[in-house]
Design a protein around this ligand. Structure first.
Ligand SMILES: [Zn+2]
Length: 241
């Protein structure tokens, strides 16, 4: 299906345009207080960046603008605000690509007309930029994994619940663990392995892994200790020394 007909034929999009038009005509006030507080914080951060970060990093940004990017890895992380790949790996702009989604999942290869944000990022990283490493970065206390174990909230049924279905094959194994905590940890780990297996359903990833130009990695980050563990060939996660 052509992109134009998919968007113009979308009843939700038509409704959104009508709502926006009415708001603009009627001047309906937005909820400025809550959003304003958040935006003030962001703008203040931006000003700090311009005042302190930009002079230090100006040359680096200008080199990136002039020479383009050559990131060393694509990190597939969770949308969770506590698990920032750039902070965990202490990298500067230009050093890694990141794509973040709920529970850091990779769907299987499916070149159809649906919108595949994570797969599009993979294609760009692996085929266009030819990154040498792809890292699936999971984490403790993952809300997406919790939703798969215990059921997604009513407010998260449109997209989160079906999205988490990607990791459903690992759920039964996790439920064999004795405690809710062990089930959560097990599913966080198994979902990473499942995403690594799904990566290998992409033909251009399989090709690059086979010729040795691309390596896939699994990692898991504990928020409360700040410790990163890597997935080894024996299927277990071991803390980085
Ligand atoms: Zn998460």
């Amino acid at each position: 299906m052509a992109l134009a007909s998919r968007t113009t034929g979308n009843p939700y999009l038509r409704n959104a345009r009508n709502v926006l038009r009415n708001v603009m005509v009627a001047g309906v006030p937005c909820k400025r207080t809550a959003w304003g507080d958040g935006l003030d914080q962001l703008i203040e951060g931006y000003r700090r960046f311009r005042r302190e970060g930009w002079p230090e990093r100006q040359r680096m940004f200008q080199a990136l603008a002039q020479d383009g990017q050559r990131p060393a890895a694509l990190v597939i992380g969770c949308v969770d605000s506590r698990v920032d790949p750039s902070a965990i790996f202490d990298v500067a702009p230009g050093e890694i690509l990141t794509v973040r989604n709920v529970a850091n999942l990779v769907p299987p290869y499916a070149p159809d007309a649906a919108y595949h944000g994570t797969s599009a990022a993979l294609e760009f990283a692996v085929r266009v930029l030819r990154v040498p490493h792809v890292v699936v970065l999971g984490h403790g206390q993952c809300g997406g994994i919790h939703a798969l174990l215990r059921g997604a909230p009513d407010e998260a049924q449109d997209f989160v619940a079906p999205w988490m279905g990607i990791a459903a094959p690992a759920r039964a194994q996790a439920l064999c663990c004795d405690t809710p905590e062990a089930q959560q940890r097990c599913l966080e780990h198994e979902a990473i392995k499942l995403s690594l297996a799904n990566l290998m359903t992409f033909p251009w990833i399989t090709e690059r892994v086979a010729d040795g130009s691309l390596t896939l990695h699994g990692a898991w980050f504990a928020i409360h200790t700040g410790v990163l563990a890597l997935l080894g060939p024996d299927g277990t996660f071991t803390a980085v020394a």
